[in-house]
Every structure is written in C-alpha cells, then in structure tokens.
Design a protein around this ligand. Structure first.
Ligand code: FAD
Length: 454
C-alpha cells in the first residue's frame, strides 16, 4: 500500500461518514486522527433516544466494498426489503416491489449498530487514533488550527494543527458554520414543515400484518407512518407529519392519542399494547428535518466538508448516508486520479460532487410526496407498471427513477435528467393515445348517429 504516513489528516465527527472516511484514509496509508464530541456509542447501552433505521443501498454498499465490509455488514447487520407494502386506511394491503425480478432490495440497518461496527473496524488500523469527547469549538482556516474542548477533562482545551481537515460533523457542522463567514461561500438551509417521531415495535409474531421483506408504509396524504425491520425481529416505525400537528396529537388526552392511531393506523394498533404506545408518546419527542446546501465544500486546499456537513438532505429517498458514503468513494477516486496530490483532490471534490448532491436533495423532497400520497393513487401504480414493462424491454436505457437512485451508481444528476425525459416520453405517448382514442370515438359515434338518422 502507498505510504502517506507523514500527512496528518484530522477527521471531525465519528458518525457513519466520518468513520468510513477515516477507514478509507487509513487504507491509503495516511496518519489519521478522528475527533468525536460524543462518548463512544459502543459503550452507550441505553435504548432511549433516537434509534433511526436506515435503508442502505447500492452506493453505500459500493463504498463499504472498498474496505471489504459489504458482505459482512449485509449478513450481520441488515434485513432486506424487496418492496413497499402499502397499508390502506380500510386495512387493505398491497405490495409494490422495487424490482420485477425481486432480485434488488434495500437493506434496513440500525444507524447506531452500523456506526459501532465501523468504529470497531477503524480501531484495527495502526495509523488511526480516535479521540472521543473531543468537541471542536473553533477553526482557524489560515493557520489550520483546530480548537477542541475535552468534555471529560474539565472542559480543557486542546489545539491541534493537522495538514488536512475533513469535516464529517453532520448537518449542524461547526466547520461549516465557520465557513459561512468566508467570502464567496454560499449556504442555504431549510427546515421542512414536517418532522418525525419514532415508535419501537417489540419483536413479536407480526407476520400477517408486517410481512417480512418489506418497508411498510401507511400513506395518509399529508402524513405517513413507516416501519423498517430490525435484525432482532422488532420494527422501528416513524411517524412523519407537519410539525404543527404533532402537539395536537401527541400532547392530547390519552383517549385522543389512541383514537388518532385507531382511526388512521388500525392494523398497526393490533401490534402494540396501548400502554406501550402511550408510554413512548409521553417519553419521546418529535424532531425536525433540515435540508442544507452549500458551495464550495472546501476552504483553501486543506479543509473539506463531507456527508451531512456538506449536504444534509431530507430522509425520504433513504439516501443521506448512502450519499455520504458515496462521497468517500468519490474522494478515493480523486486520490487515485491525482496520484494523492491532496491539494488538487480537495479543490476538485466540490466540482465533482455538488451538482449530484443538489440533485438528490431535490429528489428527496419529491419522494416525500410520492411516499405519503402518490403511492396510494391508481395513477402511480399504472406508471410503475409502464416503467416496469419499458425497463424489461430496454433494460439499459429505461431505468425507473427509484431504481436508478437506489440500485445503481448513476450520478444523481443524471438520474434526475433521465427521469425528466422519461416523463416527457410518457406524456407524449399519453397525448398520442388520447388523440387516437378521441378520433376513434368520434368516428364510432358519427357512424352510429348516421345509421340512426337513416
Ligand atoms: P452524522 O450522522 O450527523 O454524524 C456526525 C458526527 O459528528 C456525530 O457523531 C456527531 O456527534 C459529531 N460531531 C458533531 N459536531 C461535532 C463537533 N463540534 N466536534 C466533534 N464531533 C462532532 N440515510 C440513508 O442513507 N438512508 C436512510 O434510510 C435514512 N433514513 C433517515 C431517517 C431519518 C429519520 C433521518 C433523520 C435521517 C436518515 N438518513 C438516512 C440520513 C442519515 O442519517 C444521515 O445522512 C447520516 O447519518 C449522515 O452521517 P454523517 O456522518 O455525515 O453525520
């Protein structure tokens, strides 16, 4: 392996993206130090707080493959989901498979378990050091000085001077906050109107209602409930709805809470004890969802944002972490392409990545409407059928949007463009069909009328 042991890389944040990025840089022989503000999540045995299950897909798996972890992660940590199971208000269910051959699936994985797994892998590299409870509080881009507060040591401060800083410190990135003051740095953030609330379903015999191998969705137009399977046969459910609606439901009287769930999610209520649900509602809290965009992702030739720090997106395409993992793949490709000329790699990363990150951010917004509303419509199911037929006839050319995003590594921007021309073709086909149908109908009616008049 190429040796870059004298180049000191600081990675801020040991979330999924920071941990994976550290593995990539360690594989490449760099001297890596990871700084994480939290304590080691592997020592945190509490089950309270956010659990968040993620859908791992092609782009994330490809990145894991680089460090030889794809198969082991899939086998040991994930549950496959081959399609969506839609639950209607009247209790009817129907399945929409992701792939007609049922060969493609998303993998449900606990963010915490995947993160812990990556940390354990990370510790095996001799050229990596992980500092927990180190909170980054200040950044000086010119002198490359980072100031940390050591949370376990009387808040003492430590200043370090690495050669390269890769900030994977999430949607509320401290490094990005410091970049906002720099000239020519563009940044925007949007808190969407909708938030989420997690509910844990214990492992029990749920097969009739929660059929295995599916992501379950209760679409209810302006809100929805989803359930993702866990390895231990329990389910992690998430209620998405407008933030302003949460207090009206979750902070109301017990009977009102139960009657809301009974009215909209009747079959779900067959899976959970009312006391358990009420307990979770009382102790849990609704959380906001933020989407951020910025440009550039780098400062000078030594600071780089990656993962949510660079592009936090709403979770409805299940791509936030996958996109962050794909950032690691892109970084690695650039290292090879520019023969480890880090200055060029860092400067090039933004131009290679930002259009794709913006495309998946936009697609993720659209997919919320699809999940909570469109999947319940007949027109959506017809579109899905037409897409499947065309995909069967032209497998290389006609790849439906969801498949292109989740089951290929086609750049996100290209996925979006392909979907636009597919929409146009289908619209023109529809107009053509409607025109022929109207002309045919006109002649039939005219011939009947002329016969009647004779
Ligand atoms: P984070 O996970 O936020 O990690 C950042 C790390 O940096 C944390 O460990 C934090 O403690 C640390 N840190 C922060 N500030 C500092 C500091 N000052 N100093 C030191 N350390 C610091 N993605 C998918 O791919 N598929 C899905 O199905 C999916 N579902 C989702 C569902 C929900 C409800 C939500 C909210 C998100 C979902 N996502 C999904 C998105 C996914 O969770 C994120 O994209 C992913 O966690 C981003 O990883 P990250 O490492 O960039 O950031």
């Amino acid at each position: 392996m190429f040796s870059h042991s004298r180049v000191k890389i600081a990675i801020i944040g040991a979330g999924p993206v920071g941990s994976l990025c550290a593995c990539f840089m360690a594989e490449n022989g760099y001297d890596v130090t990871v700084y994480e503000s939290r304590t080691d999540i592997r020592l945190d045995k509490s089950t309270s707080g956010r659990s968040i299950n993620l859908a791992l897909s092609e782009r994330g798996i490809n990145a894991l493959q680089f460090i030889g972890l794809d198969n082991i992660v899939i086998e040991e940590l994930t549950e496959p989901m081959y399609g969506r199971m839609i639950h209607s208000v009247d209790g009817q269910k129907y399945s929409i498979m992701y792939d007609i051959n049922k060969s493609k699936c998303l993998y449900s994985v606990s963010r915490k378990e995947l993160n812990a797994f990556l940390l354990t892998k990370l510790e095996k590299y001799s050229n990596v050091k992980v500092n927990f409870s180190y909170k980054l509080i200040d950044v000086d881009f010119n002198s490359k000085l980072l100031t940390f507060q050591k949370l376990l040591e009387n808040q003492q401060q430590e200043i370090v001077k690495p050669d390269i800083v890769i900030a994977c410190d999430g949607a509320h990135s401290v490094v990005r906050k410091h970049m906002i003051r720099l000239p020519m740095f563009n940044y925007s953030q949007t808190y969407i109107d909708h938030g989420y609330f997690e509910i844990k379903l214990p492992s029990s015999e749920t097969k009739d209602i929660l059929t295995p191998g599916h992501l379950h969705i209760w679409p209810r137009n302006t809100f929805m409930l989803i359930a993702l399977p866990n390895k231990d046969k329990s389910w992690t459910c998430t209620l998405f709805m407008p933030m302003e609606k949460f207090p009206l439901i979750l902070e109301s009287e017990k009977e009102d809470i139960l009657s809301f769930f009974n009215e909209y999610f009747k079959d779900f209520m067959d899976l959970i004890q009312p006391e358990d649900l009420l307990n979770q509602v009382t102790n849990g809290k609704a959380r906001t969802l933020i989407s951020t965009k910025c440009n550039p992702y780098h400062v000078n030739d030594s600071f780089l944002l990656m993962g949510d720090a660079a592009h936090a997106i709403v979770p409805f395409y299940g791509q936030g972490m996958n996109a962050g993992f794909e950032d690691c793949t892109i970084l690695n490709q650039l290292l090879e392409e520019y023969d480890h000329d880090l200055k060029t790699v860092i400067k090039t990363f933004t131009s290679r990545r930002f259009q794709d990150a913006e495309a998946i951010s936009d697609l993720a917004f659209y997919n919320y409407i699809e999940m909570r509303d469109l999947v319940a419509r007949r027109s959506f199911l017809w579109r899905k059928k037409v897409d499947n037929i065309l995909n069967k006839w032209f497998p290389q050319t006609w790849i439906p949007l969801h498949s292109a995003v989740s089951f290929t590594s086609i750049p996100y921007k290209q996925c979006k463009l392909d979907n636009q021309w597919q929409d146009q073709i289908l619209f023109r086909m529809f107009i053509l069909f409607a025109t022929f149908f109207s002309i045919g109908l006109y002649f039939i009616v005219a011939s009947i009328m002329s016969k009647t008049l004779q």
